[in-house]
Design a protein around this ligand. Structure first.
Ligand code: OSB
Ligand code: MG
Length: 371
């Protein structure tokens, strides 16, 4: 990888087509930090910080990420030789995985673009089309849920994931199953339950779900292991897996069948690859790639990861148009045949930021020279 000579940050606020509600909160305007790195020879790379506006999904926010990147990560960048030694060089910074990941992803894109290769090929991807599904927020009524889901099915999405919380779980799943008996269906609780809810969650066993995602606390492995012995539906961890170490512990404890890998949550593509290799190749269990309402930049990194051999369930990577009327990249991600998205052959993540569009949504920007 060429030496990095500058780092640019763009704080963008992207209006969502409709409100996205989960058990931890609701979003209408999605913030993100787009990260651009430039190499000595003028080559560049893009990454995205997926922290939200409040510390709800994780403790990070766009503001903590901005601070950590500007004051701690940028000063360390001078000694980074490539994406693979980024983690080691920034190891003194505890946590702040989303801040680290945004910069690390930009380095991967820079490395791939500089060598003229698609990122997905460079990281060991094995397919040029990835299987995707759509994540549906909590709705005001079962009728509106059925309407929204049928619209996505008509658009071509096959796998449906719905967000659940206490009071919005068995009923919506039962109604969806009645209307659509055969669709691949799964639920995501975003840590909204405790073991006291186990009997209610076990009722979901009747509806042949692909998996239940993160029913218990954001940092729990023990309750998940206990519940896994009480129910038949496979357990998938999202929030609880923040590093390879967490995946190793989850295997040892028997906390999960499946892992949803998000590069932002685990500190970057390097750590995502380690978790993928461990869970799929050592533990022989499936993974898939999760999403955080990314713009076209983050989405490009997700598509690259979804081409990995161990990805065995549809990933949460819908088309740009699922969330945004206008994406900030030149070629918005589109849904292809059989509920797939194509991993482009162009260098890096395969898309470029459209500066005119970016300008419309930027609230703050900053350029830092790397010494
Ligand atoms: O838990 O997977 C999650 C969005 C924001 C925060 C957490 C999650 C999600 C999603 C949406 O489920 C996935 C996507 O389509 O980007
Ligand atoms: Mg989740």
């Amino acid at each position: 990888m060429p030496r990095v000579r500058s780092l640019e940050l763009y704080e963008v606020w992207m209006p969502l087509k409709s409100e996205f509600r989960t058990s931890f909160g609701s979003t209408r305007l999605r913030p993100a930090i787009l990260v651009r790195v430039e190499g000595e020879g003028g080559e560049h790379g893009w990454g995205e910080v997926v922290a939200g506006e409040g510390p709800w999904y994780s403790y990070e926010t766009v503001w903590t990420a901005w601070h950590v990147i500007v004051d701690f990560i940028a000063p360390m960048l001078g000694s980074v030789e490539g994406p693979s030694d980024f983690r080691e060089r920034t190891a003194r910074i505890r946590g702040h995985n989303m801040a680290k990941a945004g910069v690390e992803m930009a380095l991967w894109d820079l490395e791939a673009r500089s060598s003229g290769r698609p990122l997905w090929e460079m990281i060991g991807g094995v397919r040029s089309r990835v299987s995707v599904g759509v994540s549906v927020g909590i709705q005001g009524s079962v009728e509106s849920l059925l309407r929204v889901v049928s619209r996505y099915l008509e658009e071509g999405y096959r796998r449906i994931k719905i967000k659940i919380e206490p009071g919005w779980d068995v009923e919506p799943v039962k109604s969806l199953r009645r209307e659509f008996p055969d669709i691949p269906l799964q639920v995501d609780a975003n840590a909204a339950y405790t073991l006291l809810d186990a009997p209610r969650l076990a009722e979901l066993d009747k509806y042949s779900l692909l998996m239940i995602e993160q029913p218990f606390s954001h940092d729990d492995l023990v309750e998940h292991a206990d519940f896994r012995r009480m129910a038949r539906t496979p357990i998938c961890l999202d929030e609880s897996i923040k590093s390879l170490g967490d995946a190793v512990a989850a295997l040892r404890l028997g906390s999960a069948d499946i892992i949803n890998i998000k590069p932002g949550r685990v500190g970057g593509i390097g750590e995502a690859l380690s978790i993928h290799d461990f869970w799929s190749m050592k533990a022989h269990k499936p993974v898939w790639i999760g999403g955080m309402l990314e713009t076209g930049v983050g989405r490009g990194h997700l598509v690259a990861l979804a081409t990995l051999p161990g990805v065995a369930y549809p990933s949460d990577i819908s088309a740009s148009s699922r969330y945004y009327s206008e994406d900030i990249v030149d070629k918005p991600w589109e849904l292809g045949p059989d509920s797939t998205i194509e991993a482009r052959r162009d260098p890096g993540i395969g898309v470029e930021v459209d500066e005119a569009k970016l300008r419309k949504y930027v609230k703050k920007s900053r350029k830092i020279t790397i010494k």
